[in-house]
Design a protein around this ligand. Structure first.
Ligand code: FRU
Length: 549
């Protein structure tokens, strides 16, 4: 079926077939970036979880490798679940992962490469000491999973590892353990962080970011063990099992106590920011020592039905986000910036620029870019300040998710782009800004992505995603969009707010896919100051064979 074949992505990572979930143990080793992932070798739905494995020179082109780990011991018989890699100063690599035991108890296990001199790390050996950690008293047997990359603090030889959990009152939390050898562990007396009401924390991540003052350059990522102190903040991220979104907060790490305090205790419940307002979950970062950056991977699931997934069979695989660099936004200080890794730009082929496109009220302007199924778009918008000034109040109660999407006309929004749209826009995915204005003159900018008309198919979950995006004085509104067949990944204001959608067009496919600019606001003219659109080449994501090396 050509329509289903079309849905496969061209430059987002996918396994060759079947179900995938979380990215696991990302690391750089001897010239290769390694990605492991939760995979079901037998079917298009979750189960039989093993570790798939792929390597890349540049985070864009991938080579699939043989499975790294399969459920072959009592301590992981029900699945080799998520985990993280730690590189020790002597070059040793340790992999900690959760095993679901034969009795479905969640325990932590240790594995190491059989041959660390193999750049491809093809073979993994599970420790004879497994399981190395079992659920502690007071913690549910099925509420103890997903160890982080380990870190160290100054003047202490012990490593720390955090593990996600919840308590009996349904508070989500991160437990910290100390270990010298990754075999024996001591629980830390204090909990690193607890947030009431958030339920089970999956795939906790914990890492430093540079504030730009006090040493580390603001454009540089930090190693996981970079010492806390002036110029360094720490991010805690949890994937909330209750609502399947990744939340984070920026705060201060107390290395002596292994506790962490969020900066914002007023507006933020302690873990209230979102990496991505769309479909993006169970993410994990790693430090890339080559380009000195922190790189974030997320799992982007399907939003079609499980029935469709099974019917599709090969197409039911799920995909990874484009790896993103993560930095603290030193201009706002209150959020992270996520941006597609620079290597994606090597896929850019012919580009087209459109400058100064006037968008009157209710206008839709086609942009002729040729084939429009694999695109990298950068657009900057300028709103007519006098028109904004003239409006005394505009939609203060606005919320992307409860709004009517791009079809809903407000005074100062929506305006932006339509991608994966067919000629007569019977299908379209809208990526846009929407301004609201209070009677006190205050302006707020929302960034939304509307899937409601993304596809004529009816077995889909379709939503309007989005949230407020910080816009500082003098900044134009800017957006970057990656379009790859059935995924649209968008980044507003340099990556302050990000939204990922899965879209399953039935008409806007192959040569029928188009791009448009639009302005559906009733009271404001907008100028698309500059729009650059590149066709993106397909990445090589090749099956394994010894001869392909
Ligand atoms: C998150 C998760 C993890 C677990 C793994 C199992 O999606 O549920 O908590 O380790 O997936 O596949």
């Amino acid at each position: 079926n050509a329509m289903l074949a079309w849905q496969r992505t061209a430059f987002h990572f996918q396994p060759p077939k079947n179900w995938m979930n979380d990215p696991n143990g990302p690391l750089y080793h001897k010239g290769w970036y390694h990605l492991f992932y939760q995979w079901n070798p037998h079917s298009a739905v979750w189960g039989n979880i093993t570790w798939g494995h792929a390597v890349s020179r540049d985070l864009v082109h991938w080579l699939h490798l043989p499975l790294a780990m399969v459920p072959d011991h009592w301590y992981d018989a029900n699945g080799v679940w998520s985990g993280s890699a730690t590189r020790l100063p002597d070059g040793r690599i340790v992999m900690l992962y959760t095993g679901s035991t034969a009795d479905s108890v969640q325990v932590q296990n240790l594995a190491e490469p059989a041959d660390p001199s193999d750049p491809l790390l093809r073979e993994w050996v599970k420790s004879d000491a497994n399981p190395v950690l079992v659920p502690p008293p007071g913690i549910g047997l099925k509420d103890f999973r997903d160890p982080t990359t380990a870190w160290r603090v100054p003047n202490d030889t012990a490593w720390r590892v955090a593990i996600g959990s919840k308590d009996r009152s349904h508070a989500g939390l991160a437990l910290v353990y100390r270990t010298e050898d990754f075999v024996r562990y001591d629980p830390d007396p204090a909990l690193m962080h607890v947030v009431p009401g958030t339920g089970m924390w999956e795939c906790v991540d914990f890492y430093p970011v540079a504030t730009g003052s006090g040493g580390a350059g603001e454009n540089s990522g930090l190693e996981t063990s970079a010492p806390p102190g002036p110029g360094v903040k720490h991010v805690v991220k949890a994937s909330l099992d209750d609502d399947k979104h990744d939340y984070y907060a920026i705060g201060t790490y107390d290395a002596a106590a292994d506790t962490w305090t969020p900066d914002d205790t007023v507006n933020d419940v302690g873990i209230g920011l979102r990496y991505d307002y769309g479909k993006f979950y169970a993410s994990k970062t790693f430090y890339d020592p080559v380009l000195r950056r922190r790189v974030l991977w997320g799992w982007v699931g399907e939003t079609d039905s499980e029935r469709a997934d099974i019917l599709k069979g090969w197409a039911s695989l799920q995909i990874g986000s484009i790896p993103r660099t993560v930095l603290l936004d030193t201009k706002t200080g209150s959020n992270l910036l996520q941006w597609p890794v620079v290597e994606v730009e090597n896929l850019r082929m012919s580009g087209k620029s459109f400058g100064g496109v006037a968008l009157g009220h209710g206008s839709v302007v086609p942009l002729d870019v040729g084939k429009a199924t694999q695109l990298d778009i950068e657009a900057e918008f300028e709103v007519d300040a006098a028109a904004v000034e003239a409006v005394t109040e505009a939609e203060v109660g606005f919320n992307c998710s409860t709004s009517a999407g791009a079809a809903g006309r407000g005074m100062l929004g929506p305006f932006g782009l339509l991608v994966l749209a067919d000629e007569d826009r019977s299908e379209q995915t809208a990526v846009y800004f929407y301004l609201v204005k209070g009677t006190d003159g205050s302006l707020k900018t929302f960034f939304c992505q509307d899937e409601l008309r993304g596809s004529k198919a009816n077995d889909l979950v379709k939503r309007v995603y989005g949230s407020v995006v910080p816009v500082l004085n003098g900044e134009n509104l800017s957006v970057r969009i990656l379009v790859d067949h059935s995924i649209v990944e968008s980044f507003a204001q340099g990556g302050r707010t990000c939204i990922t959608s899965r879209v399953y067009p039935t008409r806007a496919i192959y040569d029928s896919a188009r791009v448009f600019l639009f302005n559906n606001a009733t009271n404001v003219h907008v100028t698309a100051k500059s729009v650059k659109i590149w066709q993106l080449n397909s990445a090589y994501i090749r099956p394994y064979s010894a001869s392909s090396l």
